[in-house]
Design a binder for this molecule. Structure first.
Ligand SMILES: *[C@@H]1O[C@H](CO)[C@@H](O)[C@H](O)[C@H]1NC(C)=O
Ligand SMILES: *[C@@H]1O[C@H](CO)[C@@H](O)[C@H](O)[C@H]1NC(C)=O
Ligand SMILES: *[C@@H]1O[C@H](CO)[C@@H](O)[C@H](O)[C@H]1NC(C)=O
Length: 539
């Protein structure tokens, strides 16, 4: 058999092109000159390495249309734009219709409930607009459910799917309501062709229980939905359901839950925040055909709350969700990879004196790796914050930030602005948790003041060796000065996660900022709802 290295360079290259990044790095380190030169001189491999480093993949639409060198250049421009806060373009979109409170922000689309001229509080359709600039300028389009909608979820990149949760009078009983999920193909507005049944019937419920708060996430064929009837004293209908949305079959007994919010950790595990125990609980979706009970896997405890404090509410999000494929072309060229995407948790803590908002950023890979070790053989069902928190999580000071939205992160970036920026214009702050970007920024400079932004590395706020399990675990953990956060915990908290912080030079008068794959979106509020959106397009 011929040796790999006896082949002509173009064949060596086509072999290498199938390897993953770890293997390519190993080849580089093997110390063979021919191999190294093929790798170093190949635009394809360099492009793949840089896609990997930026933790993005190319969207279907773009792949193959452009020369590799141009794609590589456009990736580098994108990363520079984000780091230096130099948007490529900006445009304003008026929200000139009556919105309802429901909204979502997907990879490249903003969607919001459209009440039209109806005097009813519930909308029967949504309006959406593509966020990156397009040739025809911003345009609102409507997608119709034809029934009152209480919430919705999307899986656009994977399935071109929008799932609308409807709340309609029961056919035979005016005092009952029916809760259903309409499965619609987003691009056409018709029932989704992969769904055997166009709607999933969740349950019937008495009118007096009020409308539930909904969380809905779709990953692969699994659709998870939780309903919480806050207005109802009995909490017996507060449940989480999992369906195979394509067959319409329920995959498990409804799980009784106490909080809204579901966030997928991997394709078949999800986290539900637990305010009673102050923990993040991981569950696995049971395999079809099993005894079909949701499998509790593990609780990751939050730090211990200070005396007299309790968690009032939770919100969470991980964008993008895990996905097994890209099926629907995006207008955006580079899509953050789900495996590395941050999970964001915001919650409100109450005391007798009032309440405060908090913001926790979690890295998916180390937490998924920990959860994969569960169940622990010794029957341990929970892990102390001090063990899992520092390597997986970072607390951010939410007190000065606008916290109206949970859609503030995509991939490994988070956007923030001061909550009173609407009155006193303030910079936009972008935090980038990509460890390779942190590494690169350390080389460029720990703090660089440019024309458009001040960029700095915010290091871990403790010494890894001083953490439990570290070399000096007997020693008291020494906090670095940054750890002066206003937090509701009875113990000091630390993080081993550094990040790159970009603070824009320009000041903005937005009431809040949102972030998706290629854009920061500044929202300006009217009396109650958003009046306009300004899109800063970074690519
Ligand atoms: C890369 O591929 C090799 C097999 O060629 C596999 O053993 C390894 O786990 C893969 N690494 C990653 C990060 O996917
Ligand atoms: C959906 O759930 C099943 C378990 O029933 C699991 O095997 C699968 O990985 C999950 N995810 C997807 C993408 O279908
Ligand atoms: C919800 O709270 C009740 C106690 O009020 C508890 O028994 C139950 O296990 C909780 N459910 C979950 C999923 O945490």
């Amino acid at each position: 058999m011929p040796d790999l290295l006896d082949l002509p360079p173009e064949l060596i290259l086509s072999c290498l092109a199938h390897l993953n990044l770890t293997d390519i790095h190993s080849c580089l380190k093997a110390g063979n000159r021919v191999l190294a030169s093929v790798i170093v001189n190949s635009v394809l491999i360099r492009y793949r390495l840089e896609l990997g480093r930026a933790c993005v993949e190319e969207s279907m639409k773009q792949a193959g249309n452009q020369a590799l060198a141009d794609r590589l250049a456009s990736l580098r421009t994108r990363e520079d734009n984000w780091r230096n806060f130099t948007p490529r373009s900006r445009h304003t979109v008026a929200v000139d219709f009556q919105t309802s409170g429901i909204y979502d922000l997907a990879s490249d689309v903003y969607l919001v409930g459209d009440r039209g001229d109806s005097p009813m509080p519930l909308c029967t359709g949504l309006k959406y607009m593509v966020t990156p600039p397009g040739p025809e300028g911003p345009e609102w389009r409507r997608i119709e459910a034809g029934k009152p909608i209480i919430d919705f979820g999307v899986a656009l990149a994977e399935h071109d799917l929008i799932a609308m949760v409807t709340y309609t009078p029961h056919a035979n009983d005016p005092l009952m309501r029916s809760i259903d999920v309409a499965l619609i193909k987003f691009s056409t507005g018709v029932p989704h062709p992969l769904a055997a049944h166009p709607t999933l019937h969740i349950h019937d419920v008495e009118l007096f229980r009020g409308r539930p708060g909904i969380s809905i996430e779709i990953v692969g064929r699994n659709l998870t939905l939780s309903l919480l009837y806050w207005a109802d004293e009995r909490r017996d209908l507060d449940t989480l359901h999992v369906y195979d949305w394509q067959s319409g079959v329920s995959k498990m007994e409804p799980l009784s839950v106490n909080n809204t919010g579901i966030v997928f950790l991997t394709e078949d595990t999800f986290i539900i925040p637990n305010s009673l125990d102050a923990s993040l609980d991981v569950f696995r979706i049971p395999a079809s055909g099993s005894d079909a009970v949701p499998k509790f896997i593990h609780s990751f405890n939050l730090p211990e709350l200070e005396e007299g404090h309790s968690i009032l509410s939770f919100q969470c999000r991980g964008e993008p969700n895990p996905r097994s494929m890209l099926n629907f072309p995006s207008t955006t060229t580079f899509l953050p990879t789900p495996q590395t995407a941050l999970l964001i948790f915001t919650f409100e803590v109450g005391t007798r004196r009032g309440s405060s908002e908090h913001l926790l950023v979690l890295e998916r890979p180390p937490l998924a790796a920990l959860a994969a070790l569960c169940p622990f053989p010794e029957g341990v069902t929970d892990t102390d914050w001090r063990v899992w928190g520092p390597p997986c999580a970072r607390w951010l000071d939410a007190a000065p930030l606008a916290m109206n939205y949970i859609t503030i992160a995509a991939g490994q970036r988070v956007a923030a602005i001061a909550h009173d920026a609407g009155r006193t214009p303030a910079p936009i702050v972008i935090l980038d948790f990509n460890p390779m970007h942190v590494e690169a920024q350390r080389e460029i400079g720990l703090e660089v003041v440019g024309e458009d932004a001040r960029v700095r590395v915010v290091e871990a706020d403790c010494d890894p060796d001083a953490m439990p399990g570290g070399e000096d675990s007997e020693q008291k953990v020494e906090a670095l000065p940054f750890a002066e956060l206003n937090l509701p915990w009875a113990e000091p908290v630390h993080s081993l996660l550094p990040y790159v912080e970009t603070v824009s030079t320009e000041l903005f008068d937005y009431g809040a900022v949102l972030l998706n794959d290629a854009n920061v979106i500044g929202a300006k509020f009217g009396e109650r709802y958003v009046e306009s959106l300004e899109v800063l397009h970074f690519g």
